[in-house]
Structures are given as structure tokens and as C-alpha cells.
Design a protein. Structure first.
Length: 431
């Protein structure tokens, strides 16, 4: 499905290959020169046999490397493997150019009950700057590792970590095609299928609290918008009007969903109250208005419109009588916005010369920066901390997910070993 096909909603069937209930494999394709050197010492395992896929230090190292802001020392290149603070020879690590060092342990305290501890040291100051202890089970050891990564990331960068959250995406398999709505950890582990359908599934998006996913399904042969409760395993239909029902977007306060409906003629932006089900039309224009994205205060939203003749981004206040304000002017195609949590940056798809790339617009200066190389990059979605943007891309003719730092300096690819994957959404929280 091309960017234009997605935008005007004329073609709904994407070209997927073989199926997809596999772990996403993540490759860092472009790192940041000058990333902070950090040593993650293998955690001391005082619990008998090490559990599969639960190597805390390996998970933390991988998380920090994927952020693009850190350069973990390869395990085989570690100068030493201290297990206690008194074992650390700070001068040796300083000479090696390592800025920070992490040690930790995993201890079984009861049947399937573990105590996980870690300490973060500033090598140049020769002192501990962070330390925590967690209780975990075999089922939550990976989650605990991601929590440790978040704490380290925030301590050293000042930004909240986003490793202990989840992503949603669409995969498919077989002939005839079978579509799947899946969620997984941000490193691709623990994939969970929420919905399987013979008809297309599109536009998954997380609720602000990370407990629900809204999406578009064609299971009845027509488009409809559903909300799926992750923990209860239940879902409800919130929009199935005549014509197009598409592009759901949660307001940051979780009380409202914006969507595109064509029930009254052309595709326009509407919002629906999740408490009362009251529907309000926000735009009324001969053009196509679609792909709403909320500003952080829930008082306005950014959307794509063709009212200038070509797809461009506009901002509209929810105040009655407000008129849309055009945001993008550089190029003939700018669409599919995602807004950072602080509202300072808008990511979107920028099209030029038959190539579609992810770009950002800084809301204070209105300066635009292109971050990716195309040729078919779409569906951008910010990480909760605004440090990375997840998007759909192509690699050797295969649909993959990719991520790029907001400065464009660090890039990574997320691909299934035996299939294709599209339309990512990054949860703001893990619930």
C-alpha cells in the first residue's frame, strides 16, 4: 500500500508475504558518532540455571545501544567483570575511555521469585550515581531489565526512558491473506496477537494509558473502528457509519477519539466522546481531511488536508468557529502527522520526486528537517520520550519497520524473519 493509497483510502489491501507471529529482529543500521561509552557487566546469577531470554545485562545493553545515545562495550571486550563496588578499578576503566559502568545480580528468593539489583557508577567521579532493587518472576525478568534501562537512560540523559513500553503493528500470512493485529515489547519480544482476520486491519493506535488499542477493521466487508482492551481481551465497535471510517486518534487525556468519516459526503475530521458517544464534526470542506493527530493539551489537532490542492498539514483548535491554520509549505506532499509528547516537534511523511521520507517540523521555528532516505517511508509515530520515531519502510522490496532518532543520526530496522510488517504505533505507557 503506497503512501498516497493510504492517504486517500482508495485501496485497502496491502501486499504482505508470509506470516508473521515471529519476534521482530532489530538491526542498528546507523549509529551516532560520539555516543556515550558505557560498560554493562554481566549480572551475577545466583539462581541456578540462567533462564532463556532473560539475560538482564544483555537486554539492558541492547536497549541502550538502540537508543543511539550510548555505545555499550561488547561483552568480549570488557576489561574486567567486577561483581561488587569494591571490585571496580575506576582508573583502569577511565583509561579505557568508559564513562559509566553498571553491575548487578539476580538472586532467587523463592520458587519463581527473584530479587534483581543493579548499580550505576560514574567512572570519572568514581562513585555510584544510581541503584535499585526489584522483585520479579520468570515472566517479568525481561520487563525488569527494560525498567533498569529506563532508569539508566533517564539518569544519564534527563529524558524518560521508553524501553519498558510496547508497540503495535499489522502483519499477515498465507494465501488467501490472513491479517493480524499484534503487540510486542519495544525490542520485538513477547509478540501477542489481538485479532486475526481474512480482511484488512489498519491504523492501530494505543490509548494514552497503554491499556487499549483502537484500529480499523474490514472484517464485515466495510470499514469500522474498534477499541480492543488488551488485558480483558474484549473489544467494542465505536464507528461503523456509511462510507469511510478511518484514522482513529486518541486525545492525550484519553476521553476522545478523532477519526475520519465520510458519512456526510467528503472525508472530514470528527471527534467522538468515549463516555457519551456524542459525535462532533470539526471540518466541513470539499477536500479530503484525514489523519488527525492531537496536540498535547487535547485542545487542538493536526491533520492532513488537500484544501490547498495538494496534501498539506493543518492545525485546528477545537474552539467553535476556529479555522484551520496551514503548517507545511515546503513541497507538494506533507501528510500523516505524529506529534511529540511535548508538542515541540511534528513528524510526518514528506513526498518529493516519487519518494516518501520521514521529516520533522519544529513548531517554534517552523523549520523542516528530512530524517530518512525513502523511497517509501510512512506511518511515523513518536516514542513516548520523543527521542525516536518509529515508522514503516521498505528494505529490498520487503515491508519492515524502522526507527530514526529525532535528529536523524541514529537508525535501526525491525524486520520479521519470515514475513512483512507495517503500520506501527508506540505505546506511551505499559499497563
Amino acid at each position: 500500500m503506497t503512501v498516497m493509497n493510504r492517504w486517500i483510502l482508495l485501496f485497502f489491501v496491502a501486499c504482505f508475504s508470509q506470516a508473521a507471529n515471529a519476534v521482530l529482529k532489530i538491526d542498528i543500521t546507523e549509529g551516532i558518532e560520539g555516543a556515550t561509552p558505557i560498560a554493562i557487566i554481566p549480572f551475577q546469577w545466583n539462581s541456578g540455571t540462567r533462564l532463556k531470554d532473560s539475560d538482564i545485562s544483555e537486554i539492558v545493553s541492547s536497549d541502550l545501544a538502540r537508543s543511539g545515545k550510548f555505545s555499550p562495550v561488547a561483552e568480549k571486550s570488557l576489561l574486567a567483570r567486577p561483581q561488587r563496588p569494591e571490585d571496580i578499578h575506576f582508573k583502569t576503566w577511565r583509561v579505557a575511555g568508559v564513562d559509566h559502568l553498571v553491575i548487578g545480580s539476580v538472586q532467587m528468593i523463592a520458587n519463581d521469585s527473584f530479587k534483581v539489583e543493579f548499580r550505576l557508577f560514574n567512572v570519572y567521579r568514581g562513585e555510584q550515581v544510581l541503584g535499585y532493587s526489584f522483585n520479579a518472576t520468570s515472566a517479568t525478568l525481561r520487563t525488569t531489565a527494560h525498567q533498569i534501562s529506563d532508569l539508566i537512560f533517564e539518569k544519564l540523559t534527563g529524558l524518560p526512558g521508553a524501553f519498558n513500553s510496547r508497540i503495535a503493528y499489522i502483519t499477515s500470512s498465507g494465501k488467501p491473506v490472513e491479517y493480524r493485529l499484534q503487540v510486542a515489547d519495544t525490542d520485538g519480544y513477547n509478540p501477542q496477537t489481538l485479532l486475526t482476520s481474512k480482511e484488512p486491519i489498519m491504523s492501530p493506535i494505543w490509548s494514552p494509558d497503554g491499556s487499549r488499542v483502537a484500529y480499523v477493521s474490514f472484517e464485515s466487508g466495510l470499514s469500522a473502528i474498534f477499541i480492543h482492551d488488551i488485558h480483558k481481551g474484549t473489544r467494542e465497535k465505536i464507528a461503523s457509519f456509511k462510507g469511510i471510517n478511518s484514522a482513529p486518534a486518541w486525545s492525550p487525556d484519553g476521553k476522545t477519539i478523532a477519526m475520519t468519516l465520510s458519512k456526510d459526503g467528503n472525508p472530514d475530521i470528527y471527534i467522538i466522546s468515549l463516555q457519551t458517544r456524542a459525535l462532533r464534526r470539526l471540518t466541513s470542506h470539499w477536500s479530503i481531511d484525514t489523519e488527525a493527530a492531537w496536540m498535547p493539551d487535547s485542545k487542538s489537532l493536526v491533520f492532513t488536508s488537500s484544501r490547498s490542492g495538494k496534501p498539506q498539514l493543518y492545525e485546528l483548535s477545537l474552539d467553535k468557529g476556529s479555522r484551520p491554520k496551514r503548517l507545511t509549505f515546503d513541497g507538494k506532499y506533507n501528510a500523516n502527522a505524529s506529534v511529540s509528547a511535548d508538542g515541540k516537534v511534528i513528524a510526518f511523511v514528506h513526498g518529493a520526486n516519487n519518494s516518501y521520507k520521514i521529516a520533522v517540523l519544529y513548531t517554534d521555528t517552523r523549520v523542516m528537517q528530512v530524517l530518512t532516505d525513502g523511497p517509501l517511508d510512512e506511518s511515523p509515530d513518536f516514542a513516548p520520550n520523543g527521542a525516536m520515531i518509529l515508522y514503516a519502510s521498505q528494505d529490498k522490496g520487503k515491508a519492515v519497520l524502522a526507527a530514526v532518532s529525532t535528529d536523524g543520526r541514529q537508525k535501526q530496522r525491525l524486520a520479521l524473519s519470515d514475513g512483512e510488517v507495517r503500520e506501527p504505533s508506540w505505546a506511551a505507557k505499559r499497563k
